[in-house]
Ligand binder design. Structure first.
Ligand SMILES: NC(=O)c1ccc[n+]([C@@H]2O[C@H](COP(=O)([O-])OP(=O)(O)OC[C@H]3O[C@@H](n4cnc5c(N)ncnc54)[C@H](O)[C@@H]3O)[C@@H](O)[C@H]2O)c1
Length: 438
């Protein structure tokens, strides 16, 4: 059965489906369609499906090449999108890229979206199809959740009725197509033969190396690489706080530290957001909880989670210097997405900052060039405010004429939590504070 599937992949007669057309699934579906496979995109969001079938890009923010690619593959009939799983009856390879959030209180995954997708898929899945999970999973989840759910919904056994793999994604908003094309990938198969078929399949869109391995290793690699980043950012954030306390400058410090061999200190900032880094650390340790009392990862999470509160304290202290009490202050927040030049607002530290400011009775206005709700005129948001707080390094803020923008404020307080201001920026009479600079 697998050799037949391999042949169909080689001659591109295999029909492909991607379930979950978000930041990950949408570019993946487009790229397999562009590579010559008849592709079905599936999502529960009917509006998104309608937009896609009209050849329109539902993702805002700077995403090079994506809008053109969607228009092309939809226009040529290579990519068809649907909300109806019945359209997947003839599909040979199914990629699943639905969201995999954790519970806010206990930090454990629930997999409601994944289970729903696999249950609906199993009811129509043709015998011998390959199902590859691209979503990020707590190590152990393919065996604990994916295979049992598919066995229940198909009524068959893994290795007989269907095959399973895990090929986690390394994309990030702003670089979706670039990362998909150029990054190395890890293809974890239910068996070595399945992993080889996955390699053959992904070779159609991936120029980077494709390392084959087993399911657990693929799950471990993805969650470890994101937990690693979370911990490294927490380290940079903690050093930034030390620099502030001692009168140092973390931005110069990291440049000098990074001259030492083997040191790659990351940037500190206003917090860590998005649908990946904050949850993937918890996913890594989720299924090992009974055996391991993790220390480093939960501590790193706590440091990163506390950064919006730190920026709030910086803001309040600067306002006090200017004789303005926080409860009488108007705060202009610059940047609501979690990432520069993106429209992705999931788990954004800006929301945590805004909530803290509102709890302290400040009036908050928000600007973000990429987020619909807030994408008006930045000058209008700044005019008459008592503090401008830069939380995201969008190009518009990097390129802004800050001398002119600061003039718009009622009280000249400028907080830069992303090192956006040019080095040596001076605004006489203003309170300008940069995160990580004492
Ligand atoms: N966003 C990233 O940069 C990134 C990078 C690497 C890995 N990941 C991982 O990839 C996965 C997806 O992330 P994303 O950012 O694309 O999420 P997303 O929220 O942008 O997209 C998920 C899509 O799945 C759809 N969906 C949910 N349930 C469904 C169902 N039962 N049937 C069909 N569609 C359904 C949603 O409507 C949504 O459009 C997550 O596990 C994430 O951790 C994301």
């Amino acid at each position: 059965m697998l050799s037949d599937l391999a042949r169909r992949i080689e001659d591109k007669s295999a029909v492909v489906s991607v379930i979950g057309l978000g930041y990950v699934g949408l570019p993946v579906a487009c790229m397999f369609a562009q590579a010559g496979f008849q592709t079905w995109g599936v999502d529960v969001a009917a509006e998104r499906i309608a937009m896609l079938n009209a050849g329109k890009n539902p993702i805002e923010g700077k995403e090079p090449g994506l809008a053109e690619l969607i228009a092309d593959v939809v226009g040529r009939g290579r990519l068809k999108c649907t909300t109806d799983y019945a359209d997947l009856r003839d599909v040979d390879v199914v990629l699943v890229s639905v969201q995999t959030p954790i519970d806010e209180d206990d930090h454990l995954p629930r997999y409601a979206h994944l289970r729903a997708a696999l249950t609906a898929l199993g009811a129509v899945l043709k015998c011998g199809a390959l199902v590859v999970i691209e979503s990020t999973l707590a190590p152990g989840t393919v065996h604990k959740v994916v295979i049992p759910t598919l066995e229940a919904s198909t009524g068959g056994k893994v290795g007989e009725a269907f095959f399973v793999g895990h090929c986690p994604e390394r994309v990030m908003p702003g670089r979706l197509i670039h990362n998909l094309t150029n990054m190395d990938r890890v293809a974890g198969g239910w068996s070595p033969e399945v992993a080889e078929v996955m390699r053959l399949f992904y070779r159609n869109i991936v120029r980077g190396q494709i390392d084959t391995t087993d399911l657990l290793m693929a799950e471990l690699v993805k969650t470890t690489e994101n937990a690693y980043r979370d911990v490294q950012i927490a380290f940079a954030n903690e050093v930034a706080l030390v620099c502030e306390a001692l009168g140092g400058d973390v931005w110069t410090l990291r440049e000098l530290v990074n001259k030492s061999p083997g040191r790659v200190m990351l940037y500190p900032g206003a917090g860590v957001g998005g649908h990946c880094i904050p949850k993937d650390s918890w996913l890594l340790i989720a299924n090992a909880r009974d055996a391991v009392e993790a220390q480093v990862i939960p501590s790193a999470r706590a440091v990163n989670r506390a950064m919006p509160a730190h920026v709030a304290s910086m803001t309040e202290a600067a306002l006090i210097e200017c004789g303005v009490a926080i409860e009488h202050a108007v705060i202009a927040v610059l940047g609501y997405a979690y990432l520069a030049n993106s429209d992705d607002t999931r788990d954004t530290p800006s929301q945590a900052f805004i909530e803290i400011m509102r709890e302290r009775a400040a009036e908050v206005r928000v600007h973000d060039p990429y987020v619909h709700e807030f994408n008006g005129d930045a000058a209008a948001v700044l005019r008459g405010a008592d503090a401008a707080v830069i939380l995201v390094a969008h190009d518009e803020y990097v390129d802004a004429d800050w001398t002119a923008w600061i003039e718009l404020l009622r009280t000249p307080v400028l907080i830069d939590a992303r090192h956006v201001l040019p080095d040596g920026f001076r605004a006489p009479g203003a309170q300008v504070r940069v995160l990580g600079k004492g």
